[in-house]
Design a protein around this ligand. Sequence first.
Ligand SMILES: [Zn+2]
Length: 125
Amino acid sequence: MGLCKYCLQPAGLFRWQHRACAERRQQALSKINSALAEVLNDKTSADELWGHLEFTASDGFIDKQELQSLVKAGLVAAVKRASADHLVSQEEDNRFGELCQALIFRQMNLAHPHRLCLRRRCSGD
Ligand SMILES: [Zn+2]
């Protein structure tokens, strides 16, 4: 009897996931991606946003580490989209810096580095 890789409950003979669990995860992924897509224009505070993302992730079997990389990719994509579309405004740049700081670097205990430095760190791997 295999265990579901998401909820760790028995999934049946030669089965490693429940369809419902896989769907729940897919839904969480698309919720997270759509929350990140509009993130530069959104006025939600970083803390509130993080709370929402964390809740959605844990509800959808997405671990902290995976959430971190989703957030990172989502932020970079949002900035790329914005700069393909128009010149990134000071406001968007500030917002990006604030979100990077709050969502990605807070957990790494970095002191407030310069935004440009953050942007480089966000874009590079
Ligand atoms: Zn399951």
